[in-house]
Design a protein around this ligand. Structure first.
Ligand code: MN
Ligand code: MN
Length: 472
């Protein structure tokens, strides 16, 4: 009998290895020293998430971290030279950071968005009913309404009083502070509600938040509980009812980012779409090693409602920022020409395969937790509507770059053809003739009050981004 070595591969085993794509769990390759780095990165990420629950907070927090790393306000900088680090805030809710290279021409861009689905207040939100003071909301972005009821909520945002005083609010994050809540209907009386379609079970007009229940002691006043809330807001913050009109106030899930799983391999937090990409691009920019190209990180608002408005990716901010860099670096070039044929990553999350809901995905093109960052050539929906598409040349460039830098990546599509789809900001970059693909982590329960990502995917996204910034 001839003894066959156990590890001897057959001809077709070898061919399979040579020809087929491998879908591997990225944890398989991690070693102890990687784990230290992954944990450090993810612990800092969780802190960033806790401090960045609105786009304004994300802007302030990002600027604070950038300033610590030596970034200066571009608007008050008179001239630039290679190596300079600058930032520019766009109307409180979006931001750009840059490290100046040899030229501003053809910069390296990573763009992400810092807005997340949430509950905004209506202009006149406060009313009283059934011995309760309530606030009426108008949801922002694509939410499943029923997920936001019976959920501890925190109030974040700013109010500008009539005389111009800016009040910044954050109520509900510390244990000593109250939270707010939308009460759902009890099952005993929910017969009709439970027969409704899930999208109608809790309507947009039913997302009202309980904020108080003690009346003032005066029989001559009719809305005693409402007035007690107004009295509290006035005593504590100097506000009157009309000030709601001058506010950017948002209700977001209360509480901190937490590890998930016995092995603590995952992170649950509000706002990981898309502050996961925002944080990774910030860290990649801060840790880039003297890039020759000018490297830029954009943090946009309003992605969740179509990238519109003055702070969205469709605004002129990309051009204004690039033009300001050109002027201050004394380059006789236009923003449009400088941006044309540059390279970009659209940092945005994608849907992770969920064991219970696999009927919405094409199994061979689904992205999963734990296989690294996902590179997606295009987004959009059925018929590839509403998306840009990276060229094969650019996909070759990015996949090679990530391989060379040992950033584990996977690829796929968001769901089955004709199942649904989603937009992102890639197309608003590609209109400038910028090469762009989506690169971000897969998320479980995207747009839910708590979304889940994988630490290994987060770390590989950071590795991919830093490789992109460092590339010649
Ligand atoms: Mn997103
Ligand atoms: Mn989203």
């Amino acid at each position: 009998m001839v003894k066959i070595a156990e590890n001897k591969k057959t001809k077709y085993q070898k061919l399979e290895e040579e020809l087929s794509i491998k879908k591997e769990n990225a944890w398989k390759k991690t070693i102890a020293s990687d784990n230290v780095k992954i944990n450090k990165f993810c612990n800092d990420y969780k802190k960033y998430l806790d401090n960045s629950k609105t786009e304004r907070e994300a802007v302030n927090n990002t600027v604070a971290l950038a300033k610590k790393a030596g970034f200066k306000d571009l608007t008050t900088t008179t001239s630039l030279k290679a190596g300079d680090k600058v930032y520019m805030i766009n109307n409180h809710r979006s931001l750009a950071l840059a490290i100046i290279g040899k030229t501003i021409n053809q910069p390296r861009l990573i763009a992400s968005h810092i807005d997340s689905p949430r509950l905004d207040l209506k202009p006149f939100p406060l009313y009283e009913d059934s011995e309760l003071a309530m606030l009426k909301t108008h949801y922002y972005g694509g939410i499943k309404n029923y997920q936001w009821v019976n959920q501890p909520l925190a109030l974040h945002g700013v109010v500008i009083t009539k005389n111009g005083k800016k009040i910044e609010l954050s109520i509900g994050e510390n244990d000593t502070e109250p939270v707010f809540m939308i009460p759902d209907l009890l099952p005993h009386l929910a017969k009709k509600q439970l027969e409704k379609k899930a999208k109608d079970a809790v309507s947009g007009e039913e997302l009202h938040i309980v904020v108080g229940s003690i009346p003032i002691q005066d029989e001559k006043v009719s809305n005693k509980i409402k007035l007690a809330v107004l009295e509290h807001l006035n005593k504590k913050y100097g506000l009157v009812e009309e000030d709601f009109v001058r506010s950017d106030l948002q209700f977001v899930p209360a509480g901190k980012a937490r590890d998930v799983g016995f092995d603590q391999s995952l992170i649950a937090s509000y706002g990981q779409d898309d502050r996961s990409s925002a944080y990774a691009s910030l860290q990649a920019l801060l840790n880039a090693k003297n890039p020759t190209k000018t490297t830029i990180a954009f943090y946009f608002d309003k992605e969740e409602i179509g990238s519109v408005g003055d702070s969205g990716a469709r605004s002129t901010f990309i051009e204004i920022f690039t033009e300001t860099l050109l002027q201050k670096n004394k380059e006789k070039n236009t923003a449009l020409h400088a941006l044309y044929k540059s390279k970009a990553i659209n940092g945005d999350v994608t849907a992770a395969s969920t064991p219970m809901f696999k009927d919405v995905e094409d199994p061979t093109n689904a992205v999963t937790i734990g296989r690294g960052v996902s590179i997606e050539k295009y987004g959009g929906g059925g018929g590839k509507y509403g998306t840009s598409e990276a060229t094969s040349e650019y996909m070759q460039y990015l996949t090679n770059l990530f391989d060379k830098n040992k950033a584990a990546w996977q690829t796929g599509e968001l769901g089955k053809v004709d199942e649904g789809g989603g937009g992102t900001i890639a197309m608003w970059l590609s209109k400038y003739g910028i090469d762009v693909a989506d690169v971000g982590v897969p998320v479980l329960a995207m747009h839910a009050p708590y979304e889940i990502t994988s630490k290994i995917d987060m770390y590989n996204m950071y590795k991919a981004y830093i490789a992109f910034y460092n590339a010649k």
